[in-house]
Design a protein around this ligand. Structure first.
Ligand SMILES: [Zn+2]
Length: 191
């Protein structure tokens, strides 16, 4: 009898837990952004997009760290700059799990990227863009995920490290242990 009850409880709990996880992911993703954007239309309508995509939609960024999934928060708008160029401006933010290059342990880090890309309709217009500007050619629609992915990859730290890495402390302790070795030998002689 007790076994049967346990089975019933287990069967009840499992779907409930899965249901809760799905709900929370859906809640986070209720502001999901479209896969493609139309920047010229966004400019004409003065439309700013605020929402999120999933890390799994950015396979290269996903592969550069340990997390299977994370939510990428994004804000993007199209504006006219003082020099007349239209620019895609925005920011993106994602929490990733990198590996600390000092102790090789996981390092959870929020990666943020702010970007401003000059928008041109045709490739030949790129010659009018300053060398210091990043530019993007877009006739009407643009895939959003690869654009955000590239900006976040550029913002990854070259050498991820814990700010207060334990490896530094452990190395210091190892050093002390080496220095104590002669005394340990002395102790052996005395006993
Ligand atoms: Zn570390």
């Amino acid at each position: 009898m007790a076994t049967k009850e346990n089975i019933v409880v287990k069967n009840c709990l499992k779907p409930l837990t899965i249901g809760w996880c799905r709900c929370s992911i859906l809640a986070l993703m209720s502001d999901t952004l479209p896969l493609t954007i139309e920047p010229w239309l966004m400019y004409r309508r003065n439309h700013e997009l605020v929402g999120s995509l999933l890390l799994s939609q950015m396979p290269n960024l996903q592969a550069s760290q340990n997390r299977e999934e994370s939510v990428v928060k994004i804000r993007v708008a199209v504006k006219q700059r003082e020099d007349g160029h239209k620019v895609i401006v925005g920011s993106a933010e994602v929490e990733l799990e990198l590996n600390c290059q000092r102790c090789l342990q996981p390092l959870v880090k929020v990666i943020k990227a702010d970007f401003e890309l000059v928008l041109v309709k045709h490739e030949h217009q790129l010659s009018s863009v300053n060398d210091s500007d990043d530019a993007i050619v877009c006739e009407d629609s643009l895939e959003l995920a690869p654009l955000i992915e590239q900006e976040l990859i550029l913002s990854l730290p070259m050498i991820p490290k814990h700010e207060d890495c334990q490896a530094m402390y452990e190395n210091a302790v190892d050093g002390d242990a080496d220095r104590q070795q002669p005394f340990a030998n002395l102790k052996d002689l005395l006993s």
